[in-house]
Design a protein around this ligand. Structure first.
Ligand code: SAM
Length: 277
């Protein structure tokens, strides 16, 4: 061990735009780590310039680093290895998961230094429910795969968060409106930077707005949860009851339909008797 830090892996969140968001603890770890695994040495060199030092950097990507990873993991036995991505929290739509997995498997100390994350920052800006949320990362770029990915999450009763780029924004918002229904949403752009904004509205209104003028910069889309299902019509309830009565005795049929639609079981029982009679 050569630094003042205990040997192990330090996962360090870095700013997503405003360098003032680098925490003192993150700065201390970066300046004292023996080696810093980075996505792009040119990007992280800028951060080190801000700190007034030159870091010892090694490029790291989960997919291309099968040769690099074992070396880094071995070094964690005696040295402090820091992990950063270009911006924000490593591992969140960024490299690092396999390094953390292997560090843990080898029994090394794994420490996180939390900080900026565009997904969470956008969630705080949009004014949509925050009690349950689901992070999708980037959707597939091709239309069919994107529609399938959207269909997979349509029933989730939570706010959805996803990353997108300016040129694809309008098409993605339109695909979301198609696949999810026209929910309330927000487009958060350039968070913590000079032109930070969060525009809210329905998915279709946002799609129309950005189709006219594709925005520049980095973007997070936040989509509110689906609304409550409307109560079934009398015809729907009757149809479900008739179908259930074709398979089940009256009391079980009434119970099944009551559960399915959240209706009163006694009322459904009476209605089922009427239908039978
Ligand atoms: N690990 C990062 C984090 O914690 O936010 C995310 C990395 S991901 C490769 C990059 C994407 O995050 C961008 O394409 C954009 O969708 C979003 N993003 C990053 N910085 C942003 C910012 N300042 N404002 C809005 N979105 C941002």
């Amino acid at each position: 061990m050569t630094s003042s830090l205990a040997p192990g892996l330090y996962i360090v969140a870095t700013p997503i735009g405003n360098l003032g968001d680098l925490s003192p603890r993150a700065a201390e770890i970066l300046m004292n780590a023996d080696i810093v695994a980075v996505e792009d040495t040119r990007v992280t060199a800028g951060l080190f310039r801000h700190l007034g030092t030159k870091g010892r950097m090694v490029p790291y990507h989960d997919h291309s680093a099968d040769g690099v990873r074992p070396g880094l993991v071995a070094r964690m036995g005696t040295e402090a290895v820091a992990l950063v991505s270009d911006a924000g929290t490593p591992l969140i739509s960024d490299p690092g998961y396999k390094l953390v997995r292997d560090a843990r498997a080898a029994g090394h100390l794994v420490v996180t230094i939390p900080g900026p994350c565009a997904a969470i920052a956008a969630l705080t800006l949009a004014g949509l429910p925050t009690d349950r949320f689901f992070f999708l990362g980037f959707l597939p770029p091709k239309a069919q795969a994107r529609a399938e990915a959207i269909a997979e999450v349509a029933a989730i009763r939570a706010t959805l968060i996803l990353y997108e780029s300016g040129p694809r924004l309008a098409a993605t918002l339109a695909a979301l409106a198609d696949g999810l229904g026209d929910r309330e949403a927000g487009v958060a752009r350039e968070i913590t930077k000079r032109f930070e904004e969060c525009v809210t509205g329905t998915l279709s209104a946002l799609a129309e707005r950005y189709a006219e003028a594709p925005p520049k910069g980095e973007i997070v889309i936040i989509i509110g949860p689906p609304g409550e299902a409307p109560p079934p019509s009398a015809e729907d309830a009757d149809a479900a009851l008739a179908e259930a009565l074709s398979r089940l005795p009256v009391s079980k049929a009434a119970g099944e339909v009551a559960k399915k639609f959240g209706l009163d079981r006694k009322l459904l029982y009476a209605r089922a008797m009427e239908m039978k009679g």
